[in-house]
Design a binder for this molecule. Structure first.
Ligand code: BES
Ligand code: MN
Ligand code: ZN
Length: 509
């Protein structure tokens, strides 16, 4: 994992592989961002002109490499675009810094150490630059080893190993805390990405549960794993029904982080379908190649609980991972089957590809039994949400408007794009079943909202609840951008951590 340090060194004398500076889009061409004064001085104040000659404009994500000026101990300068220069007297916003740091870190894959001389004004900018660099430096190349006899083991370049933030104050408590927070959150978020990227022949409910158990032990989190026998004994018909087609049996993992100073209790529930083939309602070719990502919600919940523990947040956080593999087989649930759920309600399964809501229903009811102050579930739930919001924004639904706004704001605050979605009552009747209490499918139109309405039925009376449908942003099938890699993105993690922080400080509900 990439190391993050705060340094008081001046850029010229610092021995690193590269110095990263910021360049913004000004009215008349590129402008050098604050933090790079010492570098600009080596060009007699002409660095912006040099960059312009090289074709730089300061656009977001743009990376320009040039040899460092004579006398510098580092050989390379990396100028990274910050986008439009902020209005006079305003600062660069956290997300612009996060993205620029991420783009620079990606461009420096293979390097050992880079010094980031980006605009640092306060602890928030330290956190943003640190987070962007650590998240951007991520790579997943466990499976790229050229065969077991190869001398050159890795095809990919190793991620940037060390990031030193210049301009940050190592002895300032708030700067130090921001760097520590960035490290904890980014490391756990990157671990969530690893889980998402791990192919489904190596990550199944049992192995996911084992990873959670090991991490819980390491961080003093209480963990309980219900295996298929315990699930049967407990009556978890939703999780068992979805998992019944697979040779890899389902699991329900409960992670409990508790703080002696906690006044509130939050529950996070994650959809953990380690592979979604669709089941008997099999997905057609072209729709299942990326379905290892269907456990992204559980990965986000897992990462957020561990991050909350590492940060010692003064709030109790329980994470529920609803893990199953959705496969077709002679033992699989059929369209037409009726499942008796953990809540006691019966569900007619009309489409086995609407499996996420079934595993979540059991976990939501289990979470509700503890009467937490709020429940937030995270799930790659519907293709409909992707159609509605695209692949960078998740939808937020809730049984409480104020809570929905609070979740939306928390997401925006940490740089996750989110948007509030309604739960229109009239869509409920589409899920009426002739045989059971409810069907797992309703009207096709508004499919993301229908799924949300289904989940709402399994939230305990009087409990505040929000649902994040991360089907769009969880998995990036396009090229990397900013601090977001190709593949698993860790969507939802930062929002959940922020919600836990806000709850701890009493600023949420
Ligand atoms: N895991 C999928 C949703 C999904 C699709 C996530 C694409 C990420 C990318 C989910 O289980 C699913 O199959 N949903 C169906 C529901 C339908 C059968 C009611 C869908 O959205 O088509
Ligand atoms: Mn499905
Ligand atoms: Zn699914």
């Amino acid at each position: 994992m990439t190391a993050l340090t705060l340094s008081t060194a001046a850029a010229p004398g610092l021995r690193a592989d590269a110095i990263v500076i910021g360049v913004a889009k000004g009215d008349k061409g590129p402008v050098v961002a604050p933090g790079a004064e010492a570098v600009d001085k080596a060009y007699d104040g002409g660095l912006a002109g040099v960059l312009e000659t090289l074709g730089a404009s300061g656009a977001e994500g743009e990376v320009t490499k040039l040899p460092a000026p004579a006398g510098f101990k580092s050989p390379l300068l990396v100028a990274v675009g910050l986008g439009a220069r902020p209005e006079k007297d305003a600062e660069y916003d956290a997300e612009a810094l996060r993205r620029a740091a991420g783009a620079a870190a990606r461009a420096l894959a293979g390097a050992k150490k880079a010094a980031f001389a980006l605009p640092v004004v306060d602890a928030a900018s330290v956190g943003a630059i640190g987070e962007g660099a650590l998240l951007g430096a991520y790579s997943f190349d466990v499976y790229k080893d050229n065969g077991k006899d190869a001398k050159d083991k890795k095809n990919g370049k190793a991620p940037l190993a060390e990031v030193a933030l210049l301009g940050a104050k190592p002895r300032d408590k708030t700067h130090k805390a921001a760097a520590e927070r960035a490290t904890a959150v980014s490391e756990e978020l990157n671990r969530a990405r690893d889980l998402v990227n791990t192919p489904p022949n190596d990550l199944n409910p049992e192995s996911f549960a084992a990873v959670a158990q090991a991490a819980a032990k390491e961080h003093g989190i209480k963990v309980q794993v219900l295996d298929e026998k315990a699930l049967a004994k407990g009556g978890y018909g939703g999780i068992l029904g979805v998992g019944s087609g697979s040779v890899a049996a389902p699991r329900l993992v409960k992670l409990s982080y508790t703080s002696s100073k906690a006044k509130k209790h939050l529950a996070f529930v994650g959809k953990g379908i380690t592979y979604d083939s669709g089941g008997i309602s099999l997905k057609p070719a072209g729709h299942n190649e990326t379905m290892k990502c269907d456990m992204s919600g559980a990965a986000a919940v897992f990462a957020a609980v561990v991050a909350a523990a590492r940060l010692g947040l003064e709030v109790n956080v329980t994470g529920w991972l609803a893990l199953a593999e959705n496969m077709p087989s002679g033992s699989a649930t059929r369209p037409g089957d009726v499942l008796r759920m953990y809540s006691g309600k019966t569900v007619e399964v009309l489409n086995t590809d609407a499996e996420g809501r079934l595993v979540l229903a059991d976990a939501l009811w289990a979470a509700s039994e503890e009467k937490p102050d709020a429940i937030v579930d995270v799930a790659t739930l519907t293709g409909a949400m992707m159609l509605a919001l695209g692949n960078r924004t998740f939808g937020v639904m809730a049984n409480d408007e104020a809570f929905r706004s609070a979740v939306h704001e928390a997401a925006e605050e940490v740089g996750e794009a989110a948007w509030p979605m309604p739960l229109p009552e009239h869509l409920r009747k589409g899920m009426d079943s002739a045989t059971a209490d409810i069907a797992n499918m309703g009207e096709r139109m508004g499919g993301g909202l229908v799924a949300g309405l289904f989940l709402r039925e399994f939230v305990g009376e009087g409990i505040t609840w929000a649902h994040l449908d991360i089907a769009g942003p969880a998995f990036n099938e396009q090229g990397p951008f900013g601090y977001t890699p190709k593949g698993g993105t860790g969507s939802g993690v930062r929002t959940l951590v922020r919600l836990a922080e806000l709850t701890a400080s009493g600023d949420l509900g």
